[in-house]
Design a protein around this ligand. Structure first.
Ligand SMILES: Nc1nc2c(ncn2[C@@H]2O[C@H](COP(=O)(O)OP(=O)(O)OP(=O)(O)O)[C@@H](O)[C@H]2O)c(=O)[nH]1
Ligand SMILES: [Mg+2]
Length: 298
């Protein structure tokens, strides 16, 4: 394996910029949940791309935003920590913005004078004119010396190969870190928890899903009468208020049924197995500010 290259690439940027959508497009699998709501990603998620002459390990991070709790502070710290060991950093920005967002100014301040190799990834070009894309590129290039600039559409997988080529050029020579069959560090349990959280984010209104935490209590494989493999999965959705619990369960339990059905369908598709799922909702008022809790899940 002469001249083989390997390294770590951190994907950072403002919340909702499309980082997790990009990770999924790079890997070619749905390993990170994505929604139109801010603060979707809460933890660092690794995705591995194996190419002929390189192995690239991508690190998706929680989006940068103004933190309002210890939990959110920990999310942002996790994002910034990921850049310390990165060989290349992808700063993902939205093409539609007319100016540089406050969060991105903060990120660029942290990257300054540190010799990082930073690629400016201008995302969502499917939704915007070429002129506007060029304008935003100029704005960013005027304030920071990027190693490369790549306009992409993470959603439509446009220019993903060009981005991979640019990254490969910047990686150091080295042996692969992971087996070539591996493509994520997410466990099945984490995937299940994230899928349920994704459905909550999509089905519930703004404030509630940000206060929830999903935990898999039990996950067991068994054979049913027909001899098919089936997963029995027990899940608890924790929320911060009694009133939220009522909304999550819904009238006649309809909302919870919806969450359970959509979650089960996606989990079955992702794991490729039948799923028998039970979900409960519990109130845990202050989990967001409980440091032990925060440590547990980050
Ligand atoms: N039009 C368009 N929308 C996109 C594109 N990429 C992502 N999106 C949408 O942008 C929204 C946010 O995407 P995510 O991938 O969840 O964003 P994120 O940066 O991971 O967000 P956080 O995890 O909250 O930091 C979703 O509704 C995506 O469908 C794109 O290339 N074009
Ligand atoms: Mg994300």
């Amino acid at each position: 394996m002469d001249n083989f290259k390997s390294g770590f690439v951190s994907i950072i940027g403002r919340t909702n910029a499309g980082k997790s959508t990009l990770l999924n497009s790079l890997i070619g699998e749905n390993i990170a949940i994505t929604t139109s709501k801010p603060q979707t990603t809460r933890t660092i998620i690794k995705g591995i791309v194996n190419r002929n002459n390189s192995q690239i390990i991508f690190i998706d991070t929680p989006g940068i935003h103004r933190p309002k709790s210890k939990f959110n502070e920990a999310m942002i710290n996790a994002a910034y920590n990921s850049i310390k060991d990165a060989d290349v950093i992808l700063l993902v920005v939205e093409a539609a913005y007319e100016k540089i967002s406050e969060e991105n100014i903060k990120i660029l301040e942290r990257l300054k004078d540190k010799n990082y190799k930073v690629i400016l990834v201008v995302n969502k070009i499917d939704a915007i004119s070429k002129e506007k894309v060029l304008k935003i590129i100029k704005l960013y290039s005027d304030i920071y010396n990027f190693s490369a600039v790549v306009p992409i559409s993470a959603k439509n997988k446009k220019n993903i190969d060009i981005l991979l080529d640019e990254i490969e050029k910047m990686l150091p020579e080295g042996q692969p870190y992971y087996d070539s069959e591996e493509y994520t560090d997410q466990t099945e349990r984490q995937l299940v928890e994230e899928i349920v959280r994704e459905k909550c984010l999509k089905l519930l209104n703004e404030e509630i899903p940000h206060g929830i935490y999903v935990n898999v209590e039990k996950m067991k494989l068994r054979k049913n009468k027909k001899g098919e493999e089936i997963y029995d999965i027990d899940i608890i959705i924790y929320c911060i208020r009694k009133s939220h619990k009522g909304i999550i369960i819904g009238k006649d339990g309809n909302m919870l049924k919806k969450i359970a059905t959509y979650s089960r369908q996606k989990i079955e598709a992702v794991l490729g197995l039948k799923v028998n799922m039970k979900i409960w909702v519990k109130v845990s008022e202050d989990w967001k500010n409980n440091i032990n809790f925060t440590k547990n899940i980050l």
